[in-house]
Design a protein around this ligand. Structure first.
Ligand code: PRT
Ligand code: ZN
Length: 285
């Protein structure tokens, strides 16, 4: 059986999280610097380390079966690929920014303006959709300095914290695209490799679900149990165990990060005591 081949960034913003997601899925491999590829010891996977810009092409050509890359790169390269999963890291947005002293009322203000970007394809589609005709200057790096040196009136670039825009005297006026790292695959995956992808996805999702959830343990007097159980969502229903002290029980359940604090407050109001919250390593539903 042929191993599944995955392409990940060899260095840069997605490198560490890409390695982490595979390692947390229990896949062991050697990720030494300056390596082009590595074979996993305990999973039928071969890892290729590439520049992120090259990943869509390699996956389209089938040199790699799947890859981890920013959605922004996938859309810009416009290759024949399937996006099979959003991975929840490398989050950023592709935005239009202008010098902070300029006023902006609508996208129509960009009519006839010069916009510098490394994302000419995505920007062009976006402007066309919004009936704006602008002069797109495609440059490969340091886009944020273009207005300052008189090369452009606006830019379209990736933003995460916004500090790069700020230090260059720019303000964000329009979000073109929200992006994060995604798992992409070749359009024609053979049956055997498809099975390995499913195994990999199963593990990745178990880890991600676990991260979004916490295991909670609390003590409650038995007369409050009904109220407390009605507050807890749990995977099925909470586990209730008697405590050594008469009239008291221990309640165990799983809480989602999003609703976590609200529920904790309600539990306290309803008589829960000794609340413990512990991380979950893997979660298989
Ligand atoms: O060498 P290689 O070609 O592989 O890497 P690269 O230099 O092209 O890419 P890299 O490592 O910088 O980014 C890889 C991916 O990370 C991108 O394609 C995005 O999907 C994602 N990502 C997430 C980001 C950012 N956040 C980000 N903030 N990519 C770039 N930036 C840059 C942005 O271009 C700007 O220069 O960071 C600056 C803005 O950051 P803030 O925090 O100041 O707003
Ligand atoms: Zn790149």
């Amino acid at each position: 059986m042929r191993n599944l081949k995955i392409a990940i960034q060899k260095s840069g913003r997605l490198y560490e999280d890409s390695i982490k997601i595979l390692k947390e899925a229990g896949i062991e491999f050697n990720n030494g610097i300056n390596k082009l590829k590595a074979e996993a010891y305990n999973f039928p996977l071969e890892v290729f380390f590439l520049r992120d810009d090259d990943i869509p092409q390699y996956v389209e050509d089938g040199v790699a079966d799947i890859g981890i890359v920013g959605e922004n790169v996938v859309l810009e390269k416009n290759k024949e690929l399937n996006i099979i999963e959003k991975l929840g890291f490398g989050k950023c947005r592709l935005s239009i920014a202008i010098p902070k002293e300029k006023k902006f009322t609508s996208l129509q203000d960009l009519q006839g303006q010069r916009i510098a970007t490394s994302y000419a394809g995505i920007l062009n589609t976006f402007l066309q959709k919004n009936n704006v005709t602008a002069d797109i200057h495609e440059i490969s790096g340091s886009v944020e300095i273009a207005p300052g040196i008189g090369l452009a009136d606006a830019i379209c670039d990736l933003v995460s914290s916004g500090s790069t825009l700020f230090t260059n005297g720019l303000k964000e006026v329009e979000v073109v695209l929200k992006s994060e790292a995604v798992l992409v695959s070749n359009k024609n995956i053979a049956f055997e490799q498809q099975k390995i992808i499913e195994k990999l996805l199963f593990r990745i999702n178990a880890v991600r679900k676990a991260k979004n959830n916490k295991y909670i343990l609390l003590n409650a007097p038995n007369e409050k149990l009904e109220a407390i159980i009605s507050i807890l969502p749990g995977m099925k229903s909470p586990t209730v165990l008697p405590l050594a002290e008469k009239g008291w029980s221990s309640v165990h359940s799983v809480l989602n990060e999003n609703e976590f604090w609200d529920i904790i407050e309600k539990l306290k109001e309803n008589g829960a005591q000794g609340i413990l919250v512990v991380p979950i390593e893997k979660m298989v539903l």
